[in-house]
Unconditional design. Structure first.
Length: 645
């Protein structure tokens, strides 16, 4: 079923929405158990949302985001929708039902936010929506008029009565009209931060990634060990005996009864084992464990970690963020150096990940720590510390946060520096990169915090020529994302074949882009296909240059004395791609300046349509006067020949 409609495709939208609503109504009656009358009411409410999606949104009926729901419910409905406040709640449940229908019918776009996130957004927006629906200051002019007329007892279904009331209203004094139509107070809207489009992994890859989250295996082991109950200390900690067993069972890496030289430092409490202590706090927040009458027990839900790893991955990450990725690692009974800074760093977790999210590339941890340090120094004063000392402390805290996120399966760290001794817990330096599951969840979290986080893939399943034609209208981040999505749906052979087939049909700029994408493919796949392009006069120059640039052919192959005609196309490509310097440098492959003059004396006969522009460009840009003069002479000969033919 078609779900996407352009702004001018009114007939298409009317037909498509009618079909969609028909299927929805049948689903309500057949699977939802609604009566025909109840289904008709829900469909009527949903039709309002679909009309808004086409008229004011992006026209994609199968793709919804929390920020769109907020705009629809908090801005458009109070301004336009003439429904009494006491009756407006039906729209909320209708929207939630629509989302369940779209998911059940496999009609949701891949870029749509998860239904659970959208359902939560509707519940979160509900109080503000109901309040706004009864606030006259938020009404639009038409709604204000109809509300006032209804309050005066006018039957709005009676056209003559409504017209009579409006005529009388227009005759009222201005002050009285203003009381009925108060000017709304519009707060300035802050633009949402816009992030580059990203290519999301498919559901299978995200599921596999989520299942690999290290913390889930530790949660399973913790739940199995705790079982139906383990006694806690008076302070609510694990007993030391249980802690010692769990350190080995879970592989937390905590040191028990550590030794330095001949001295042994006895571990007296599980609270002294930072990694196990953090895992215990985290597991309780995530719903793996719960405390009952001085004992800790495994929850029934923890038995489903293996069967639903993606849900548990999200649950564990949200639990970590809710307790504070850094604060949850602190010992609550110990003196805290700067709790205010801890709170700030916990609030900066998502901003720390934005570069990794936007680029999908490894990001140096030191770069993240440097930016965070600047933020901390701007927010607080440290009269007894130098900026360098603050930076070292913040770097340790940022590293602790990244370690927790790695344990959660959100990211992976690479090229880290291992500690010099066993007492140093932190691995330093290296890079961080989001996992597939981490990318999907971070996008959801960014949207929930007010970011515009679009996805790429509009052209993922379309022919290469459509993507390359559309590339001229894309900004670089969008283009990069679309190319990545397009490549992700194809093998190297399929991509190379599609690109080389499209190149002859493209303009020069799009050809350059296509050759650039080909350069990222293995040359053993792409080079044979590019060689075939040399037989096409319209692209042979670009193809020959590509083979040379990739090291497949030597520079000398650019010019063949036995067949000099194609050299014009080579020069034309170099001029377009590299400017005057590239043009003159390529001309030099024929030999010294005298050799160049000799070649120019023959090149004007080339049948290529690029001949005259190339000769004129050499005549204007070559730094050696007699070579430039020879080019101008050749251009004159070409124009004379063209006039006679």
């Amino acid at each position: 079923m078609r779900m996407r409609f352009g702004p001018r495709d009114e007939k298409g939208f009317e037909k498509g929405s009618r079909l969609l609503l028909g299927e929805f109504e049948r689903w309500l009656v057949g699977r939802g158990g609604a009566t025909p009358g109840e289904a008709a009411e829900v469909v009527a409410d949903v039709s309002v949302a679909l009309d808004w999606k086409w008229g004011y949104g992006d026209g994609n009926l199968g793709c919804w985001q929390p920020e769109e729901l907020a705009e629809f419910l908090l801005e458009w409905c109070p301004r336009k929708l003439s429904v009494p406040q006491e009756e407006c709640g039906g729209l909320l449940s209708a929207l939630q039902t629509l989302l369940r229908f779209l998911a059940a019918s496999d009609l949701l776009d891949t870029a749509c936010a998860p239904v659970s996130v959208l359902q939560e957004a509707i519940e979160r927006l509900a109080p503000g929506y109901v309040e706004a629906m009864g606030d006259p200051s938020k009404f639009g002019m038409a709604k204000s008029l109809f509300t006032a007329a209804a309050a005066d007892g006018v039957d709005l279904t009676d056209r003559s009565a409504a017209d009579e009331w409006i005529a009388g209203f227009n005759a009222r004094p201005e002050d009285e009209r203003r009381r009925v139509l108060p000017e709304p107070v519009v707060a300035p809207r802050r633009a949402r931060p816009v992030l580059p489009p990203v290519v999301l992994p498919d559901d299978g890859a995200a599921l596999v990634s989520a299942a690999k989250a290290p913390v889930l295996e530790m949660f399973r082991g913790l739940a199995d060990y705790v079982g139906t109950g383990r006694k806690l200390t008076q302070r609510g900690n694990l007993t030391l005996a249980d802690a010692k067993a769990l350190v080995d069972l879970l592989g937390t890496g905590d040191h028990i009864d550590g030794r330095i030289g001949d001295r042994t430092f006895r571990t007296r409490s599980s609270a002294e084992l930072p990694r196990l202590r953090h895992l215990f706090v985290w597991a309780k927040k995530a719903g793996v464990l719960r405390v009952v009458h001085g004992k800790v027990v495994a929850t029934k839900a923890s038995a489903r970690i293996d069967t639903d790893p993606r849900a548990w991955f999200e649950k564990s990450v949200r639990a970590l963020l809710a307790t504070g990725a850094l604060s949850s690692q602190r010992d609550p009974d110990a003196w805290l150096k700067w709790p205010e800074v801890d709170a700030l760093l916990d609030g900066l977790v998502l901003p720390m990940l934005i570069t990794a999210y936007a680029t999908r590339c490894p990001v140096p941890l030191d770069d993240i720590a440097e930016v965070v340090t600047t933020t901390v120094l701007e927010a607080f004063e440290f009269p007894r510390l130098t900026d360098e000392q603050v930076g070292r402390s913040v770097s340790v805290d940022v590293t602790s946060i990244m370690d927790a996120l790695e344990l959660a399966g959100v990211l992976v760290r690479a090229d880290v520096e291992e500690p010099d001794d066993v007492w140093t817990r932190l691995r330093t330096g290296g890079t961080v990169q989001l996992t597939d599951a981490g990318l999907v969840l971070v996008r959801d979290l960014l949207i929930e915090t007010g970011h515009d986080a679009p996805t790429a893939g509009t052209f993922a399943d379309r022919p290469a020529i459509e993507l390359l034609h559309a590339a001229r209208d894309m900004d670089p981040p969008t283009l990069w994302g679309e190319l990545e999505a397009w490549r992700g749906r194809r093998t190297d052979d399929e991509a190379a074949q599609a690109l080389t087939e499209a190149i002859p049909e493209l303009d020069v700029a799009a050809q350059l882009l296509a050759f650039g994408v080909l350069a990222d493919l293995p040359t053993d796949v792409s080079a044979p296909l590019v060689r075939q392009l040399e037989s096409d006069p319209t692209v042979r120059g670009a193809a020959r240059c590509w083979l040379v640039d990739l090291g497949v052919e030597p520079d000398t192959s650019l010019y063949d004395p036995a067949d000099p005609g194609p050299f014009i196309d080579v020069l034309a490509h170099r001029f377009v791609a590299d400017g005057p310097e590239g043009l003159t440098a390529t001309l030099a492959v024929v030999g010294n300046h005298d050799d160049q003059v000799a070649v120019l004396g023959n090149l004007w006969r080339s049948p290529s349509p690029a001949t005259l522009p190339v000769l004129e460009a050499i005549g204007k840009n070559h730094t050696v006067k007699f070579v430039a003069k020879a080019a101008r002479k050749a251009a004159f000969q070409r124009r004379t020949w063209a006039a006679n033919h």
